[in-house]
Design a protein around this ligand. Structure first.
Ligand SMILES: *[C@@H]1O[C@H](CO)[C@@H](O)[C@H](O)[C@H]1NC(C)=O
Length: 272
């Protein structure tokens, strides 16, 4: 679930007359089906409902015992589990590993009443270690403080909505999104002051993340590794997921390296 926020609607949002979009099912808009198991760090996050489990968000495996997701994906009253090695949510294909979440750590400064304040990041401790297979592999974060150059091509990945207000995807989707740097993204006709330097913008044209992609990764070719997880899907525009000049906004992982190390108790055991 991508949380949606319109710069124009910020006042209305604060007054509660137009709640931010918070739908547990959304997907990449104008993307394409990913080749099955081509993104082995991708995580499907589910929470328990009566009689089963409901899809709520994406995430990234960054260590055999830890999943990175968005703060807004986590509610303290819910019980969570992750599915690793997933492609088609409706079929058991073989490589899936279903692991319950033993503990959730939402960033202490995350404020669910203030999406544009940032800190929309959480870590999930798995109840047992993921078995590393070709389909299940932890991805590394970028170096501390690293800022991607404007126009860098990255991928957003998820099972979120295929179009604004549309259906979520059964099969994992990917979309190529160019990074929009802070100087561009914070311009008045883009996201203005709703975007902070601890966020990364990507897209703003035809493709975007959408509801249900929340918590999932923005994956870019890395500085130290072939691929690194630069962003966590946080919010988009309530005017539509792929609104022009309203790129998808991600939590910038490189701004939270010390927090991640502090929670995990060391650098994540990721594969480069
Ligand atoms: C959370 O954000 C709201 C809206 O901006 C603000 O009124 C409130 O004081 C914030 N809460 C905390 C604990 O900072």
């Amino acid at each position: 679930m991508l949380r949606l926020l319109s710069a124009l609607l910020l006042v209305a949002l604060a007054s509660g007359s137009a709640l931010p979009f918070y739908n547990p099912s959304s997907r990449v808009v104008n993307g394409e089906e990913a080749e099955a198991h081509s993104w082995p760090p991708q995580v499907l996050l589910q929470y328990q409902v009566s009689g089963g489990w409901s899809f709520t968000c994406g995430g990234s495996l960054i260590d055999p015992d830890w999943v990175l997701t968005a703060g807004h994906c986590i509610s303290s009253s819910r019980k969570y589990r992750v599915v690793l090695g997933e492609h088609d949510r409706t079929v058991t294909e073989g490589p899936e590993q279903v692991i319950s979440v033993a503990a959730t750590f939402v960033h202490p400064q995350w404020n669910s009443s203030c999406l544009s304040c940032g800190n929309d990041i959480a870590l999930l401790k798995l109840s047992h270690s993921a078995e590393l297979t070709p389909e299940v592999q932890p991805i590394c974060p970028p170096p501390r403080g690293y800022i991607l150059p404007h126009g860098t091509k990255c991928y957003v990945i998820g099972w979120g909505r295929l179009s604004t207000g549309g259906q979520t995807a059964n099969k994992l989707q990917q979309a190529l999104l160019p990074v929009v740097d802070y100087a561009h993204c914070s311009q008045k006709d883009w996201w203005g002051s709703s975007v902070k330097e601890t966020m990364v913008c990507a897209g703003g044209g035809d493709s975007s993340a959408c509801n249900g992609d929340s918590g999932g990764p923005l994956i870019c070719s890395g500085v130290n590794c072939k691929w690194e997880v630069y962003g966590v899907v946080s919010f988009g525009s309530s005017l539509g997921c792929n609104t022009l000049k309203k790129p998808t906004v991600f939590t910038r992982v490189s701004a939270f390296i010390d927090w991640i190390i502090g929670i995990i108790g060391g650098y994540p055991r990721c594969l480069c």
